[in-house]
Ligand binder design. Structure first.
Ligand SMILES: *Cc1c(COP(=O)(O)O)cnc(C)c1O
Length: 370
């Protein structure tokens, strides 16, 4: 069996920062639930991305759920949600008994199309409670026109930046433009805590409320008193220690991801029918996954099977939400761009532990198909 190459796998720091913070939690017996690492991880991440407040949670999905709840999304409310994404973006809309309307992407950004969003707003007007935009694969959505539309119609903007920690849009970090932004530290994300998430916002009061809901909504009383529905969504102090260590190497990880993207671009970008994912001049992408679309004889499955035969992982592009059996009852507004990206796209191995020899192996297999 040839040596396995992963799509994206956890990459702890060579310096052992993560172990240091986890050890500190052990030494002080702050294993659970909260403690210094949680507080500091929140502060350090908020400082890094340039937002004033953050709540460390058990998952990115939990952070999306809490953002929707903080935005006042409840039963029957309409939420415009990017169609091309992972189901974790859309599921919390259902947790809140709200109604998703899926918005198409455009080819220029792969993310929410401002044009499709405008058409959707023209239909629903100020009945829309929130807009959930995603920065897929570390590519930034075109936020300015999206923010303008949200403002015009009074909808709360939530950014699912689960895949885009370290990406900037016009010089500022994604996740900090909307009223709420969320990050994920799941195992294959650009930095990982094994599992975890973060909700960021400049609204101190809302973040305090999210911490309250996430710790079972326990009122300030000696006995167990509850006036609201609670959740068990807080990040543990051990997990937060891993996050603090990982945050120290975020810039290194971004640099390596960019190197991987540039490598593929140089080696594959000129092959007939191969198109690299779009790099708009107003963004600086973290290149979380390097993705391509294909328009010639070689199809995504050909590449995925050829790599798989050599023990190398790759993936299709996310299957759009309006094509998912669970979500197909909900409305979709757009022109089939998300479907086209799904049908023609491939995510190439983007593991930051890869050496040049691994990249050479991958591109020579792919070139062999052309
Ligand atoms: C990973 C991911 C999530 C969910 O994050 P978890 O931490 O796994 O719950 C949400 N949205 C997108 C786009 C993701 O890639």
């Amino acid at each position: 069996m040839k040596e396995k190459i992963f799509l994206a796998s956890p990459h702890m720091s060579e310096e052992g920062y993560e172990k240091h913070y986890v050890q500190e939690a052990f030494d002080t017996n702050w294993i659970a639930p909260l403690g210094t690492n949680v507080n500091e991880f929140e502060k350090e991440l908020a400082a890094k991305v340039g937002t004033s407040h953050a709540a460390a949670l058990s998952a990115g999905t939990a952070a999306i759920h809490m953002a929707l709840k903080a935005a006042g999304v409840g039963e029957g409310d309409i939420v415009f949600c990017q169609d091309l994404t992972f189901s974790a973006t859309a599921n919390p809309i259902i947790y809140q008994k709200a109604v998703p309307v899926f918005i198409d992407s455009d080819f220029e950004t792969w993310n929410m199309s401002p044009k499709a969003l405008e058409a959707a707003f023209e239909k629903y007007g100020d009945k829309v409670k929130a807009v959930l935009v995603v920065h897929l694969y570390g590519l930034s959505a075109d936020l300015d026109p999206i923010m303008e539309l949200c403002k015009k119609y009074g909808a709360t903007l939530i950014e699912d930046a689960a895949e885009s920690l370290g990406t900037t849009y016009k010089g500022r970090y994604t996740g900090t433009f909307g009223e709420y932004g969320i990050f994920s530290f799941n195992g294959n994300k650009i930095i990982t805590t094994s599992g975890g998430g973060m909700l960021v916002s400049n609204d101190e009061e809302r973040i305090a409320k999210v911490r309250f809901w996430s710790t079972q909504a326990r009122d300030n009383a000696r006995h167990y008193q509850h006036s609201e529905l609670g959740f068990n969504y807080r990040m543990s102090n051990v997990v937060a220690g891993i996050g603090r260590g990982q945050l120290k190497v975020l810039d290194q990880r971004v640099a390596k991801k960019k190197y991987i993207y540039e490598y593929y671009k140089r080696e594959l970008g000129c092959l007939e029918g191969v198109h690299m994912m779009p790099m708009n001049e107003w963004q600086d992408s973290n290149c979380w996954l390097s993705c391509i679309t294909l328009s010639g004889k070689v199809r995504p499955l050909d590449i995925m099977l050829a790599l798989e035969a050599e023990n190398i992982e790759s993936r299709p592009i996310w299957k759009p939400m309006h094509m998912q059996p669970f979500f197909e009852q909900y409305e979709f507004i757009g022109e089939g761009v998300s479907q086209e990206l799904f049908e023609n796209g491939v995510c190439l191995p983007s593991d930051t532990k890869m050496r040049d020899a691994d990249l050479e192996r991958i591109v020579s297999i792919i070139k062999g198909l052309f």
